[in-house]
Design a protein around this ligand. Structure first.
Ligand code: SF4
Length: 324
């Protein structure tokens, strides 16, 4: 893993218009509300949070499936935020995405060969025999057989379908892959296989990953650094080991306390922090820290001022008034 930044998002925002009555005042779901981070070449950044925290919207906005409301996306130092379809096409090749539900993301009427080959055709990377050989190579690379090329998605298990989705992403020789909960829908026994395969591919092909998950146990193994999101904001980001050993934000502590530990002695002595209170609505949230209604440490300033993400220990950033 190098120190060269491949991907940078600066104060990224993505708001969606809330559906209300025809004559109601305009209001917005602030799905991503000012997120900044960098990912170095060859690094894996894990992005974690409960459903609705904005992690998937962040990933989709980076690959330009959504247009950002504000902020910047830089790839290799080049500002791609406002690129139109033609200008963004070369970057679509460099930044690929794999999805949570492999079955929904694969067209059931297409053969595996056509699914993997489609991107090769769009980017004019190979034709004829060379195209077929490339597809067969990719299938082997993700642990499938060359002769799976003529089969259809319904003939495969969930884990195999995720392998097809990964082969499709690899078909255009990307540098960076946004992995959007790629193992959440799979059996626990299959999850480790897919994570190990992604690590092998990263090592072989020099890939950079943004690995999105809803639970910290899923990203621990694969991530160099982990960012924790809450209601559209990054509340903590640091090295993976540091986060697990020394979590600082009250929300991160609660998430970590919910991870089951296989050792019964440790498990019995570990206290689970149960979060109380409702997650506030992301539609025009009130001022102050968005976590205040669920935080046992909240103090008056938390009602007024939204805490900024600041470096409180070397390379350990937290957004919480307990540390400012
Ligand atoms: Fe809790 Fe205040 Fe920190 Fe928010 S800023 S997490 S409410 S202590």
């Amino acid at each position: 893993m190098g120190n060269e930044v491949l991907l940078e998002v600066k104060n990224l925002k993505k708001y969606f218009r809330a559906k209300k009555g025809l004559f109601a005042p305009k209001s917005y779901v602030k799905a991503v509300d000012g997120v900044s981070f960098t990912i170095n070449k060859g690094e894996t950044l894990g992005l974690v949070g409960e459903s609705g925290c904005g992690k998937t919207t962040t990933g989709r906005t980076i690959v330009k499936l959504y247009e950002p409301t504000a902020g910047k996306i830089l790839y290799n130092g080049e500002d791609i935020t406002n690129y139109d379809y033609n200008k963004v096409l070369p970057f679509r090749r460099k930044i690929q995405m794999i999805f949570q539900d492999p079955y929904a993301s694969l067209d059931p009427r297409m053969t595996v060969g056509d699914i993997v080959g489609e991107a090769i055709d769009i980017h004019k990377l190979a034709k004829g025999k060379e195209r077929t050989e490339k597809i067969q190579y990719l299938l082997r690379k993700v642990g499938l057989n060359s002769d799976h090329i003529n089969r259809y998605p319904h003939e495969f298990s969930g884990g195999q379908r995720q392998r097809i989705g990964i082969a499709r992403a690899l078909a255009v020789e990307p540098e960076c892959i946004i992995c959007d909960e790629p193992i959440s829908a799979l059996d626990v026994s299959i999850q480790a296989q897919i994570v190990n395969m992604l690590e092998d591919l990263q090592r072989d092909l020099g890939l950079t990953y943004l690995f999105i998950a809803h639970d910290l146990s899923m990203v621990k193994h694969i991530s160099n650094r982990v960012g924790v999101m809450y209601l559209g904001n990054l509340v903590e980001i640091t090295n993976s080991n540091e986060l697990y050993k020394n979590p600082l934000h009250p929300y991160t502590k609660a998430l970590l306390s919910a991870i089951p530990i296989p050792d019964p002695d440790i498990s019995a002595s570990k206290k689970r922090i149960v979060l109380e209170g409702e997650i506030p609505s992301p539609i025009d949230p009130p001022p102050g820290c968005k976590f205040k209604g669920r935080c046992r440490y909240a103090k008056p300033i938390c009602n007024e001022v939204d805490p900024e993400l600041i470096e409180v220990e070397p390379r350990h950033f937290v957004a919480c008034h307990l540390y400012s």
